[in-house]
Every structure is written in C-alpha cells, then in structure tokens.
Design a protein around this ligand. Structure first.
Ligand code: FAD
Length: 544
C-alpha cells in the first residue's frame, strides 16, 4: 500500500466543541502555544511538568545551523539512518523548518548553550555528519526546554491544563471526532470519568516504551494514543520499528536511566564481563556504529551471560560536570563511573511507528491530528537519527496548530459533555498481566525477533486480553503491543531497528512503509495462530 492511497482528515468543522490536545510533553505544549490565542484544553495523565519523555532528553535538538551545513545535508543523514523508508519530502521539510522552530524555542526562553561570542554552540552526535545538536548544560536539554515551555504555557491564558486525566477513547459522530472520553487517575476506586466535546483532537501522548520490560521511557509512555486512534479506525504506520537504545544503565530501575551516546562520542567504550571490546570485531566504527547494530551486540553479550558494560574511565574527572544526569544515576546505584564500568542493556527507547499523519499532522480520521512520538510522519523511516525527535515534535506541533487555527478561529474551550460512571481501580491481577506482557514483548518481540517468537507473543497478548477487561490502561497496552507484533510478523526482512533472525537480510521488494488498521492486525494474528496450531494428530499426541 502506498502513502497516496490514504484519505487524510478533512478539516471542515462539523461538530461543536473546542480543541483538545492530549499530552503535555514537548509536542503537546508546543502545539498549544502555537495555537494561542485560540482556546485549547491540554489533558495530561501525569501532573503538569511530569511524566513525559521530553523532560528526559539528554542530547538535544538537531538543526542545520552551522556554517557549511544545510537542511539538505541534515535530510540526507536522516534518510540514510532511516534505512530506505524515510519519506524524503517530509525529512527535507522538517530540516528546512528547524531554524524557525529553534527561534521559537529561544523566544519561549530555552537557554541553549552558546559560545563566548553568543552564537549557539552545536554538538556532534552519532550518524550526523556535521555538528548540529543544540544542547543545554551538558545532558539537561529536555528538562530545560520543558521548564521554559511549561512556564510559557502558565503565562498563556488561552491554555487550560487538565492534569490527572487519562484519555480513554474518541467519541465519533458520522465518522468524525466529536469528543474525547477521559478517566481521572487519582488512584481511588471512585475516579471520575468525563467526556469533553471536541471538534479537533490532537493526540500527543508520546511513545510506547513501557510495553517492553526494559525501557528508558516514563511510566506514562504506554502507547495509549496509538490504541485510542486504532480503535477508532485510524491507520497505524511502521508499527514494527522500535528503536532500542544500546546503553540503558542496567541497575534494575524501571524505567532504566540512560547512558547517553555522547559518552561513547567522548571516548567511553563497550566491554563484556571478560573485559573484551566486543564492538571492534563487528563494525568499523566500533562503539560509534549504528544504534541498532550496537544494540544487537549488547543484547547478545547480555543474553549470553557475559554481560555488557560501558567503560567511561577514559573520560576521567570531567565526567560528573559534563554528564551530571548519568553521573547522578550511577551514584544512586552505588557505581562510580569514573572508576568502574557501568552495567548496560538495550532498552526500548523510541517508537518510529505510530498514527499515520500527512504533512499537516492530520490522521486518517476527520477531526483527529497527531504529533510528536505518537505520530508516524515518515520522517524517521526504519531508524530515527539521534536528536531528530525533539525537532519533529516542534516542527509538526507548529504545523498541526497552523492547520487547526486555519478553520477553528472561533473554537471555544472544550465544554463538558457528560459525566460517565466511575471505573474500577486497577486490580493486582492486571498489574501482573502488565508485567507478563512487558516481559513477553522484551524477549519475543524486542531487539531480535522471529516468526515463532512473534506468534508466541501474539498468543500471550490474546490470552491477556481476556483478563484485561475493565482495565482500559492494560487494554491500550495490549492493543499497541498487538499492532507492533503483528507488523513485525508481517515484515519478513530485517531493516533498521527491525531485526528478524529468520530473515536477517533486507529485501528490496519490501523497501516500503507499512500501514495497518486494527482489524488488519487482527487478521494477521488469526492467520498466524491458525498456521502455528499443531496438526490434529500431533495435538492428540500432546494430550495423550
Ligand atoms: C531518556 C530519553 C532521552 C532522550 N533524548 C533525546 C534527545 O536528546 N533528543 C531527541 O530528539 N529525542 C530524545 N529522546 C526522545 C524524545 O525525548 C521523545 O521522542 C520526545 O520527547 C517525545 O515528545 P512527545 O511530546 O511526543 O511525548 P512526551 O514528551 O512523552 O509527552 C507525552 C505526554 O502525553 C501524556 N500522556 C500519555 N498518555 C496519555 C493519556 N492516555 N492521557 C493523557 N495524557 C497522556 C504524558 O503524560 C506526557 O505528558 C529521548 C527519550 C528518552 C526517553
């Protein structure tokens, strides 16, 4: 299926109601600020200023601002990293808009690092052939960007923030978005459910890392947006492509703290428990090879029992000052990274897949937009280039705002449509089911997959779905997990972040994006389960 066969949302307003943005990470807040003075409601499941991957970004924002660099060169690196699946127009458009969006961020008060002459300092990162990463004080870019935007939102009267509410489902009328169902998440069994009338809903709910047992993503990154959109009939693109970061700090913390790639850029090396630098035998760039290659090698060392460690001793006493976040996480676990190697493991880090959107951020459902990590714009293809996701969040946040503002200039703040009955508190049993799902996705649909492991994962998801009824959060995780595993099963090749041990090579014939609705994913599941069912005679033998 090609991109051009999809019918994207029509912007014509039909229903009454306001503009509702789900998610208060960089994508959601930037969209809200860009929509001002149009009234908008921003819904956040976490407390405002918490529970977003954006807060944890360590490196920064990629932008071709250096002398001798160009948006074309930035797009070329993005396309190369994306392993044949990047939508080249989207990547070029994103790189071209980077300068304007960085100026917006500076205007909102983001204190990007500058040199002594007051020019923006640009850092280097893996797979960028130029220096183009805007940092803030070492590894604190995300926190600084979010602090500035949170403050800007507080000052903006047209933005209403509704914190502690989780989006559960879209309300559709005549196939168009008419509202959004929310559930209060105060932990009490009497949580209140409400429905907001909305003529435009923007899903900016971030990633889905929590579907895997080891992840760098916050607890709120459960793939809710994908599940909500898919249930309403939206097309989901490239769901199989999950980027695993090779060096999450493996100290049993959930989420796992990240040891940023920049450490390897500064001379840290990967060793196994025997002290061998295992990357040297695998890739000419050793530790600075492509993220997916390094992740697979770390995975093999960990699963073989040899263990994998990031040896940062060469960085010496400058490490605490240059990487304060990493240093603090290590010290908390009793590790002194200036003296001893840090244990690492690959962790689900970024989802290239998501709700299929066009260049304006419109989904395939009228009245529904998506931006940030939950969307699949085509900018990342099979593998995201480092520091392109914060850029994508602001470029597409601005485009979504522009598209909505074009017709909704008189939209009001979202009025309450109705109160719905309270939902039951999350039972202990479902928490167990959640952990089973996460372990299964990590081992069967993670860094290395094959038809057997993926079919088994889909079987576990099917069983857990029976137990999940009444726990909408778990239902969402299972729905998104099903889309990821079904898309991974359907892609019979290895490309970018998707590695199939039964199809270890890329196939020229499959060099295109994948598009799935929930019912198409369910058809893949049915077929897989059917074809893996033991033959009748063998089944009889099993029961004998
Ligand atoms: C540790 C780490 C380091 C990273 N470093 C970089 C980097 O240096 N550069 C870079 O470009 N990218 C980096 N990334 C990736 C980048 O941070 C994310 O892709 C980006 O921040 C996503 O922004 P977002 O606004 O889409 O999602 P988020 O920032 O995750 O925000 C999602 C929001 O949605 C809310 N939400 C979720 N579900 C619901 C629901 N059902 N109802 C209501 N609200 C909901 C969440 O609480 C949150 O407010 C990093 C990611 C991690 C985890």
């Amino acid at each position: 299926m090609t991109r051009f066969e999809h019918k994207f949302a029509s912007p014509l307003p039909v229903q009454a109601g306001g503009v509702v943005i789900v998610g208060a990470g960089l994508a959601g807040l930037f969209t809200a600020l860009k929509l001002a003075p149009l009234p908008v409601t921003v819904v956040s499941v976490a407390r405002f200023g918490e529970g977003a991957s954006s807060l944890w970004a360590q490196a920064g924002v990629a932008a071709a601002l250096a002398e001798g660099d160009s948006p074309e060169a930035h797009a070329a690196d993005t396309i190369l990293a994306g392993a044949g699946l990047v939508d080249e127009n989207i990547a070029l458009g994103m790189a071209r808009e980077a300068r304007e969006r960085v100026e917006d961020l500076l205007r909102y008060g983001v204190p990007f690092d500058k040199d002594l002459e007051g020019h923006l300092s640009l850092g280097h990162e893996a797979a960028h052939r130029r220096r183009r990463i805007l940092h803030v004080k070492g590894d604190t870019a995300g926190r600084a960007i979010m602090a500035a935007l949170t403050e800007a939102v507080r000052r903006t009267k047209s933005i209403t923030v509704l914190e502690g509410y989780a989006a559960r489902d879209l309300v559709l009328r005549d196939g168009r978005v008419a509202g959004l169902e929310l559930a209060q998440v105060d932990g009490s069994p009497f949580a209140r459910n409400v429905t907001l009338a909305a003529r435009a809903v923007v899903l900016a709910t971030g990633g889905a890392g929590q579907i895997f047992a080891i992840t760098t993503n916050p607890r709120e990154a459960r793939g809710d947006g994908i599940a909500i959109a898919a249930r309403a009939g939206a097309v989901i693109a490239d769901a199989e492509f999950v980027q695993f970061h090779p060096t999450a700090i493996n100290i049993g913390r959930d989420p796992a703290p990240l040891a940023t790639e920049a450490l390897r850029g500064e001379g840290a090396v990967l060793i196994n428990g025997r002290g061998e630098r295992f990357m040297r035998a695998i890739h000419a760039d050793a530790e600075l090879g492509p993220r997916d290659v390094v992740a697979r090698c770390v995975y093999r060392e960990v699963t073989s029992g040899r263990g994998a460690f990031l040896d940062c001793r060469a960085l010496g006493p400058t490490l605490p000052a240059h990487f304060p976040t990493v240093f603090a996480a290590c010290r908390e676990a009793g590790i002194d990274p200036t003296r001893e190697p840090i244990p690492v493991a690959p962790a689900a880090h970024y989802h290239m897949g998501g709700i299929l959107t066009d260049a304006q951020g419109r989904s395939t459902i009228d009245g529904l937009w998506a931006c940030g990590e939950v969307a699949s714009t085509g900018a990342h293809g099979a593998n995201r280039l480092a520091s392109n996701s914060l850029l994508e969040a602001v470029v597409f946040g601005a485009r979504v705002a522009h598209d909505i503002a074009g017709y909704a200039s008189h939209a009001a703040t979202a009025p309450l449509m109705a109160d719905a009955p309270a939902i039951a508190a999350v039972s202990r049993r479902n928490e167990e089911a959640e952990q089973t799902l996460r372990r299964t996705m990590q081992s069967h649909a993670g860094v290395i997959r094959d038809a057997g492991s993926l079919t088994e994962a889909l079987g576990v998801i099917g069983t857990l779905e029976q137990e999940a009824k009444g726990d909408p959060r778990l239902v969402n995780m299972l729905t998104t997990a099903k889309l990821i595993a079904a898309a991974a099963l359907a892609r019979k090749e290895s490309r970018g972040a998707h590695f199939r041990s039964d199809y270890p090579q890329a196939s020229e014939a499959l060099a295109h994006r994948s598009f799935l609705t929930l019912s198409q994913a369910e058809a893949i599941v049915r077929e897989a389960v059917q074809s893996h069912r033991p033959a009748p005679r063998r089944r009889a033998a099993l029961h004998a």
